[in-house]
Design a protein around this ligand. Structure first.
Ligand SMILES: Nc1nc2c(c(=O)[nH]1)N[C@H]1C(S)=C(S)[C@@H](COP(=O)(O)O)O[C@H]1N2
Ligand SMILES: [Mo]
Length: 201
């Protein structure tokens, strides 16, 4: 008889149902960054919505933190094949941020931009109705710098590279331009349930 202890977390039917294809469960929180962790002081931080909007909107850290916020508990899947269940974030939903702007009907795509230069593209209709949020807390604590603090985008229904760390804003565009990893061969969309890992998947 082999002890359960050697088998890790059991893949019960419940776990199987929640685990996208090709993924395995982790309990730790790996760090994956394409470069060094930028350190922007909160008094220099801002969040901007720009591009194809009638008038851009901009929040200082203080203004951003005064916006209505929510707790989101979500499962996250990374293209490197780890999945972590029940991650709890304190965040402002993208819906709340979008209330401040009029997006041009042509502005159907957004580019998330960040301190450090990282970018990633997400369609507008995949960020609304509670599907995406800008998180400043994880597990009830201020978001750690290596995980994207002071604030990161989280788009739980797409692979985690879409969840831009150190986010500073969203730029609306009339075409679905690739961001950093999308230009380097990762999928333009990134749905873990369809295993959209690489371009052409
Ligand atoms: N600004 C920025 N955001 C980023 C990245 C990055 O390198 N820079 N890496 C992405 C990738 S590939 C993943 S898997 C997740 C990792 O987030 P974590 O380090 O908090 O696990 O952040 C995403 N967001
Ligand atoms: Mo990743």
């Amino acid at each position: 008889m082999i002890s359960r202890g050697f088998m890790g977390r059991r893949r019960t039917p419940d776990v199987e149902k929640r685990l996208p294809p090709g993924q395995y469960l982790v309990t730790d929180f790996p760090v994956l960054s394409a470069g060094p962790t930028p350190r922007t002081s909160l008094d220099k931080w801002s969040f901007t919505i720009e591009g194809l909007v009638r008038a851009p909107a901009r929040w200082t850290w203080e203004q951003f933190r005064a916006l209505p916020s929510q707790k989101f508990t979500v499962d996250i899947s990374c293209v490197t094949k780890w999945t972590k269940f029940d991650m709890t974030w304190g965040a402002v939903s993208v819906d709340t941020l979008l209330e401040a702007v009029d997006v041009d009907p042509k502005g159907r795509y957004a580019m998330a931009f960040c301190d450090g230069g990282y970018t990633t593209n997400i369609a507008l209709d995949e960020m609304v109705n509670g599907q995406a949020f800008v998180a400043y807390e994880f597990d009830g604590q201020p978001l750690a710098p290596e995980h994207g603090g002071p604030a990161r985008l989280v788009v739980p229904h797409l692979y985690f590279w879409k969840s831009a760390k150190w986010i500073r804003g969203l730029r609306f565009m009339d075409e679905n331009q690739p961001g950093f990893w999308e230009s380097l061969g990762y999928n333009i969309h990134g749905d873990p349930w369809k295993e959209e890992r690489y371009s052409g998947d």
